[in-house]
Design a protein around this ligand. Structure first.
Ligand code: CP3
Length: 357
């Protein structure tokens, strides 16, 4: 069986239990800003080559933990593995980001979609989870993740990244029933994918609703929130200390903290455009909150980083009745390749020092 956790601050904070200091991890903590990542990537040949090889995915997952005193590891993979397994054919063009060979453009395309078989199509992900748990040996918990149904549908319909989301928004306007069918099957796939990661050993699960904030409130509730509610309600995650907490992270979705907290999720991730004081008042102790330092703070000098870390910690406390419990420190979104690793060390140390109980 697996060894007991030596650092459970992250899981305790998600249960809103007391901790010795606020736990911290960073979205995109493994990636191109680390020279050792670039070296492994050069050896593996490509990003997808890394993600689809469990040994390499494990190696890259552990890289940031060797440098920094982080309180959680996040599986090295990508949200687009799910549509890839649904037959869309994921590939990356250097400098242009992700693309699909077979984007979803018609009701016939949608009718052909099915929940992929986890074992045969996504076994490389669950193999990586098992290997990482073994190598972590209880050092910190391992986070598994998925894209939100809406965010995955954006890539599936647009065929890659987009500036205006014209195709999927036209589908929402002109063929809402077709878009709902796409979102239903994608939600089924997301729930099966998260359950498979949990069964393989993931100790917390995060859903990335990266593009939730591009919708009007009416459309957000219809096309994104409704499916996040389904995930929070249907994904089995156990009870008490054995519970695998779920975190719903959204970019540009700070105005929906009340509705997200009401879904039954364990944690809500907030970007930096909403103050954690406001978010904590709205959440009113129903969920833990994760966030929300502006990632560009990492371009600042060490003293500026410490000051801004202190502001985020204190904003959470001020909105949470004077208590720091129930806060997981993170950036408001992912790190960028040109960030300086030394500043990450400053950030992590500042979180622990300035939040020491
Ligand atoms: O946080 C982590 O360290 C875990 C690994 C992780 C990656 N992608 C690795 C990755 C996670 C959680 C993701 C999620 C993801 N992927 C999201 C949601 C999170 C967010 O940023 O809001 C999205 C939208 C994607 C889709 C995607 N994959 C994009 C837009 C890109 C960037 C393409 C580029 O050229 O910059 C990727 C590739 C990707 N995923 C990289 C990494 C480290 C860069 C890979 C490389 O070129 O080496």
């Amino acid at each position: 069986m697996s060894s007991p956790l030596r650092n459970d601050r992250f899981l305790r904070a998600l249960r809103r239990e007391p901790v010795d200091c606020t736990p911290v991890w960073l979205m995109r903590q493994a990636g191109r800003y680390l020279p050792e990542y670039r070296a492994t990537r050069a050896r593996a040949g490509s990003f997808l080559g890394m993600a689809k090889n469990p040994e390499i995915a494990c190696e890259v997952t552990l890289q940031p933990l060797e440098r920094f005193d982080l309180d959680a590891a996040i599986l090295f993979s990508d949200i687009l593995t799910v549509p890839d397994a649904m037959g869309l054919g994921l590939y990356f063009v250097e400098g242009e980001g992700p693309k699909f060979h077979n984007p979803v453009r018609s009701t016939a395309d949608i009718a052909r979609l099915a929940v992929p078989d986890m074992e045969s199509e996504l076994g490389y992900v669950t193999d990586a989870v098992r290997l990482i748990r073994r190598e972590l040996d209880g050092k910190v918990p391992l986070i598994g993740f998925s894209g939100s149904p809406w965010t995955l549908a954006c890539y599936m319909v647009e065929g890659g990244g987009s500036k205006d989301f014209a195709r999927i928004k036209a589908m929402a306007l002109n063929e809402p029933a077709a878009l709902h069918r796409l979102l239903e099957v994608t939600t089924d796939a997301v729930i099966a994918y998260l359950a498979a990661q949990r069964a393989a050993g993931a100790q917390a699960l995060q859903v990335f609703d990266t593009w939730g904030g591009v919708l009007s409130p009416v459309m957000y509730r219809e096309f994104s929130l409704r499916y996040l509610q389904r995930i929070a309600a249907e994904l089995e995650r156990g009870e008490g200390d054995e519970r695998t907490p779920l975190i719903l992270f959204g970019k540009g979705t700070g105005q929906y903290v009340d509705e997200l907290a009401a879904t039954g999720t364990d944690g809500v991730g907030v970007d930096w455009t909403t103050g954690l004081d406001t978010a904590a008042r709205v959440a009113a102790g129903r969920v833990a909150l994760q966030g929300n330092l502006d990632p560009t703070t990492l371009y600042g000098a060490p003293e500026a980083i410490r000051r801004e870390v202190g502001r985020v910690l204190d904003a959470y406390r001020d909105g949470n009745n004077g208590s720091r419990e129930g806060h997981v420190f993170n950036l408001g979104h992912g790190m960028s390749p040109d960030m300086n690793p030394e500043n990450v060390a400053v950030l992590v140390q500042a979180v622990h020092e300035l939040s020491r109980r």
